[in-house]
Design a binder for this molecule. Structure first.
Ligand code: ADP
Length: 303
């Protein structure tokens, strides 16, 4: 158990626990140990911990963080992961004007591989954002934090989900208006936001409230779909609030004239207001951004 590891310090503090960098005393291997807060008093923590453990055991992929070991002691769950050096957030902080096209493309490709794999396993990640994208020294991307992820009940339309709050800036319109029937396209939206942020260094839609978040989106892409407008007006959270009207749209290509047009095209296919119109991750892996100069063939040779 914990005695077999030497603690080297705190690497992250989440809502449901802390992440420590540790060294396995015998092997010298570096790991990240996620220690959940006391889980018996708090049903939500228990649910999140158990869900994360179940999903991580089910999801094994080169671009997902690898769970090595799990135990429970004194009513706390401990999850041991391979240690990964940095996150995309660190890269973005060190490059305030964004990453170069080739680096962004390499990261994006791996993020899409991870998401496509989850989706193929009927899992929606639901919280794709820079802090949850780990990057190893060799530039290998590992998606982490499956605390919010969930398995879809039956078909892609099926389930109704309510217990969910993700980071606002990467939230799709359907989540902002409170649609309880959302699916894989929420991850595609987040990937679109992430791509622009990688290329420019600026968060695409940095809303400071849910309403402001919708305002940012509408200013770029125009009005919400009729269905999303209806959900907005039916949502008690927004009672008495008018939807922001779209006047003076500033589309992506106008806001970011210097961003590569092929990359912008990929972002556009992720950032469709209607979730049904967003391209699936598996299909995005075939986008010209990756096929154009045999990038993906070179990528596959590295694996
Ligand atoms: P929470 O669900 O509590 O937010 P996360 O799983 O997101 O916890 O982890 C919190 C932070 O810890 C991450 O954003 C990341 O910076 C760091 N972290 C998580 N897993 C690892 C890992 N395997 N290696 C290195 N750092 C990690």
């Amino acid at each position: 158990l914990m005695e077999r590891y030497e603690s080297l310090g705190l690497v992250g503090e989440g809502s449901y626990g802390t992440v420590l960098k540790c060294r396995h005393r015998d092997s010298g291997r570096l790991v990240a140990i996620k220690k959940f807060v006391d889980s018996d008093d708090d049903k939500t923590v228990k649910k999140i911990a158990l869900r994360e453990i179940k999903l991580l055991r089910q999801l094994r992929h080169d671009n997902l963080v690898n769970l090595l070991e799990v135990w429970k002691r004194r009513r706390r769950w401990y999850l041991v992961f391979e240690f990964v050096e940095r996150t995309l957030l660190d890269d973005l902080e060190q490059n305030p004007n964004g990453l170069d096209l080739n680096t962004s493309r390499q990261y994006l490709y791996q993020i899409l591989r991870a998401a496509a794999f989850c989706h193929q396993q009927h899992v929606i990640h639901r919280d794709i954002k820079p802090e949850n994208i780990l990057i190893s020294q060799g530039g290998v991307v590992k998606l982490c934090d499956f605390g919010f992820a969930r398995t879809m009940t039956s078909s892609s339309e099926g389930g109704v989900y309510t217990d969910y709050v993700a980071t606002r800036w990467y939230r799709a319109p359907e989540l902002l208006v409170g649609d309880t029937k959302y699916g894989k396209p929420v991850d595609v939206w987040a990937v679109g936001c992430l791509l622009i942020e990688m290329l420019t260094g600026q968060p695409l839609f940095p809303g400071d409230s849910d309403l402001d978040q919708i305002y940012h989106i509408v200013r770029c892409f125009g009005n919400l779909t009729a269905h999303h407008q209806e959900l907005f007006y039916r949502n008690p959270v927004f009672s008495g609030v008018r939807l922001p009207e779209c006047s003076g749209r500033v589309p992506l290509e106008e806001r970011f004239p210097s961003v590569n047009t092929t990359a912008l095209d990929l972002a556009q296919s992720c950032l469709q207001m209607d979730p049904e119109k967003r391209t699936q991750c598996s299909e995005l892996l075939e986008h010209p951004l990756f096929t154009q100069d045999s990038f993906h063939i070179r990528y596959l040779c590295l694996c």
